[in-house]
Write a protein that binds this ligand. Structure first.
Ligand code: CMC
Length: 377
C-alpha cells in the first residue's frame, strides 16, 4: 500500500461492486429488493416469490411461480450420507458449525458442484435454497433423539420447514409469520456474509465453497449470531421490571447490546418495524407478552442512552421464541432465508468477476538481516 493512502477500517463506505438486487437508504430507513419495498413484500409476497425476484429480477407470473415451487419441492430431500453425518455429530455441536459442515458436504453429492457455468449455478442455487431448510430441520430432530421428518410436497417452503422441524403441519398463521421472517432476511446488500461469499467466488471457486464461507461469516455475534444472543439477553432479564436496570448496568459496563446498531441504518431498520409487530401479535395471541414488554423497555433505554435503533435481529428473537424454536437455531434460520440473497449475489459476481483482493498497510519490522539459530539470544 502507498504511504499516502487512507485505511478504511472495516471497509466502511468502500464500494466494491455494483448490485442490482437490494437497495438500502440507511438514513430514510428504506430497504428494497429489485425496487420493491420490504414492507410491501412482507405484506403481500411469499418467500418463493422473493427467491424468484432475487434470482430473475422480476416478480414471477403464475406459471413461473409454479415451476419454481416444483423445482424447490423436487430438491428438498438430502442424501442419506448427510443424515448419517448429522447423526455422528457430538451432542453439543454448534448449530451453525453443523450447517456449515453440512453445506460443505452437500457439494460432494452434487455432480455439478465444480461446474461454474451460469446454467449449473442457477440449478445449484435452487438446490441450496431447498436443501438448507431440510438440513436445519433434520439437525434439530436428530439432536433431540428423533427421526428426521421427510419433506411434504404440498406445503410451502415456510410451512414445510416448520413441519419438518416439529413433525406436524403448522397452523396457517404460524406458517405465514415464518414466511414473512424468511422474506425479511432474504437479502441485504453488501453485508459481511455476502461479501465473504463474493470474495470466495471472485477466485472462481465454486458456489458451495462461497456459501460455506458465508455461513461461517454469518455465524459471528456481530452479524447473524446476534439473534441468538438477543434471546439469551431477554431470558437473562426475565422480567419486564428488570429490563431498565439491566440495560443501564450493561451500558455502564460498556457492553454491546445485541440486536442494536447497524453499519448502514442510522434510523430504524424497516425489517425491525415488521418484526416488532409480529413479536407483539404473537405474544398477545399466546397470552405471553413478557418478551415483547422486555424488548420494548430495552429498545427505549438503548435509544435514550446510546441513540441506537433495533436491527433485524432484535425482534426476530422473541418472534422465533414464541414459535417454540430453540434459541441456537435462530442463526441457522437466518442462513436458510439469506441463502436466496447469497446465491443471487454469487450469480452477479460470476457474471462480472474480478478477483477481490484489497491492500493492507504493513506496520511490522523494517527489512533486517537473517540471524542463524545458534547466534540468537
Ligand atoms: N451496543 C452498544 N454500543 C454500540 C452498539 C451496541 N449494539 N453498536 C454500536 N455501538 C457503539 C460502539 O461501541 C461504538 O462506540 P464508540 O465509538 O464510543 O466506541 C459506536 O457505537 C460505533 O460502533 P462500531 O462497532 O464502530 O459500528 P459498526 O458499524 O462497526 O458496527 C454493528 C455495527 C452491527 C457490528 C454494531 O452496531 C454491533 O456490534 N451491534 C450489536 C450486534 C448486532 O446486533 N449485530 C447484528 C447486525 S444487523 C443484522 C446482521 O447483520 O445480522
Amino acid at each position: 500500500m502507498m504511504a499516502d493512502q487512507v485505511i478504511h477500517k472495516g471497509l466502511e463506505g468502500v464500494v466494491v461492486s455494483t448490485n442490482a438486487l437490494t437497495y438500502i437508504d440507511g438514513h430514510a430507513g428504506k430497504l428494497m429488493y429489485r425496487g420493491y419495498l420490504i414492507g410491501d413484500l412482507a405484506e403481500q409476497s411469499t418467500y418463493e416469490e422473493v427467491v424468484w425476484l432475487l434470482l430473475h429480477g422480476e416478480l414471477p407470473n403464475q406459471r413461473e411461480l409454479a415451476a419454481l415451487k416444483a423445482e424447490l419441492v423436487a430438491n428438498r430431500t438430502i442424501p442419506e450420507h448427510l443424515l448419517t453425518l448429522l447423526k455422528l455429530l457430538p451432542a453439543d455441536t454448534n448449530a451453525m458449525a453443523a450447517l456449515r459442515t453440512a453445506v460443505s458436504m452437500l457439494a460432494l453429492s452434487d455432480l455439478e458442484s465444480e461446474d461454474n457455468s451460469e446454467a449449473a449455478n442457477r440449478r445449484k442455487a435452487l438446490r441450496l435454497v431447498a436443501k438448507m431448510a431440510t438440513v436445519v430441520a433434520a439437525f434439530e430432530r436428530i439432536r433431540n433423539g428423533k427421526e428426521p421428518v421427510l419433506p411434504r410436497p404440498d406445503l410451502s417452503h415456510a410451512a414445510n420447514f416448520l413441519y419438518m422441524l416439529n413433525g406436524e403441519v403448522p397452523k396457517e398463521t404460524m406458517a405465514r409469520v415464518f414466511d414473512v421472517c424468511l422474506i425479511l432476511h432474504a437479502d441485504h446488500e453488501m453485508n459481511a456474509s455476502t461479501f465473504a461469499a463474493r470474495v470466495t467466488a471472485s477466485t472462481l471457486s465454486d458456489i458451495y465453497s462461497a456459501v460455506t464461507a458465508a455461513i461461517g461469516t454469518l455465524k459471528g455475534p456481530l452479524h447473524g449470531g446476534a439473534n441468538t444472543k438477543v434471546m439469551e439477553m431477554l431470558l437473562e432479564i426475565q422480567d419486564p421490571d428488570n429490563a431498565e436496570h439491566w440495560i443501564k448496568e450493561a451500558l455502564a459496563n460498556k457492553q454491546r447490546i445485541m440486536g442494536f446498531g447497524h453499519r448502514v441504518y442510522k434510523t430504524e431498520d424497516p425489517r425491525a418495524t415488521v418484526l416488532r409487530r409480529l413479536s407483539r401479535e404473537l405474544g398477545e395471541k399466546q397470552d405471553s407478552t413478557r418478551w415483547y414488554k422486555i424488548s420494548r423497555t430495552v429498545e427505549q433505554e438503548v435509544l435514550a442512552q446510546k441513540g441506537l435503533y433495533p436491527n433485524v435481529d432484535f425482534y426476530s428473537a422473541s418472534t422465533y421464541y414464541l414459535m417454540g424454536i430453540r434459541t441456537d437455531l435462530y442463526t441457522p434460520i437466518f442462513a436458510l432465508a439469506r441463502i436466496a440473497g447469497w446465491v443471487a449475489n454469487l450469480l452477479e459476481q460470476y457474471a462480472d468477476n474480478r478477483l477481490i483482493r484489497p491492500d493492507s498497510e504493513y506496520i511490522g519490522p523494517k527489512e533486517r538481516p537473517y540471524v542463524p539459530v545458534n547466534q540468537r539470544n
